[in-house]
Design a protein around this ligand. Sequence first.
Ligand code: ZN
Length: 270
Amino acid sequence: MRIARFTTGGEPTYGVITGDLDEYGQLSDDAVVAELQGDPLYAGITPTGREAKLSDVRLIAPVLPRSKVVAVGRNYAAHAAEMGSEVPEEPLLFMKPNTSVIGPGDAIAYPKQTEDLHYEGELAVVIGRICRDVPAAQATDVIFGYTIANDVTARDLQRKDVQFTRAKGFDTFCPLGPWIETDLDPQDFSDGRRLQTYLNGDLKQDGSTADLIFDIPTLVEHISSVMTLLPGDVILTGTPEGVGPMEVGDEVEVSIDGLGALTNKVEKRK
Ligand code: ZN
C-alpha cells in the first residue's frame, strides 16, 4: 500500500493512493487517494469511503515523527570518499529534530548562518512498533514502510561544528515523502533500487540502494541496541555520492524506484 497524508484545506488525514507509477516515478493523472479514518501508526485504520483525485489534494509529510529522526552518516563508500572520509567500522549515527520535517512541495528555508547548503537524497525507513534490541533477522517486524528523504545539510557548519546538530537540524532540513510504501522489504533495497537526485532537472546523484554499506536490518539492530524506537520514528539510511550545493530558487527532486519522487524548492529563510 501507498499510505499518504493529505489535506484539502482542512485537517490532515491519511489516505491510500492507487494508480500506476510512470517511468519517472510519478503517479498517473488518474491516481486516486482513498481517505482513511484513524492513524495507521498508532491504531487501526478504516476506509471512510470518500475518495479524491490526487490532483485535487495536497500531500503533506507522510509521517510526523513524534520522537526522532535517526540518520546514518557515510553509509555509501563512494560518498565517504568524496567527503575525504573513511568508511566507518559500525554505523555512524546522528539525529535530526522532528521539527526539521517538511512534506513534498514544502519550501526548504536557506538559513542566513550558512553559505553552503547541500542536498542529500536518501532512502528513509519508517518504524511501526515500539521496540528495542531488535535482531536484524526480525527487523521487518518493526518496519512500517519506506519513503524518500532529503537530508539537507549546511556543509560549512558541519565542518565547523565537528558534530552535526546545527548543520542538519534547522527547520525544513528533513523533507519526507511523497508517501510511505508498505509492500517492500529490506531485500528489495539490498537487491538494488535506483536513487537519483535532480537539481533543476540536472542529474546530480545516481546511486543504488544495493551499495548501502550497512543494510536496513543491520541499521535497525544497531540503532535499537542504543535507543528505543517508537512508531513514526524515521531512519535515514545515508546518501550516495554526488552531494552538492543548492541555491535560493532551486528545485531539488529525489526519486527512488517504486517510491515516487520528493520535490522541494529552496527559499530564503524568512
Ligand atoms: Zn545524510
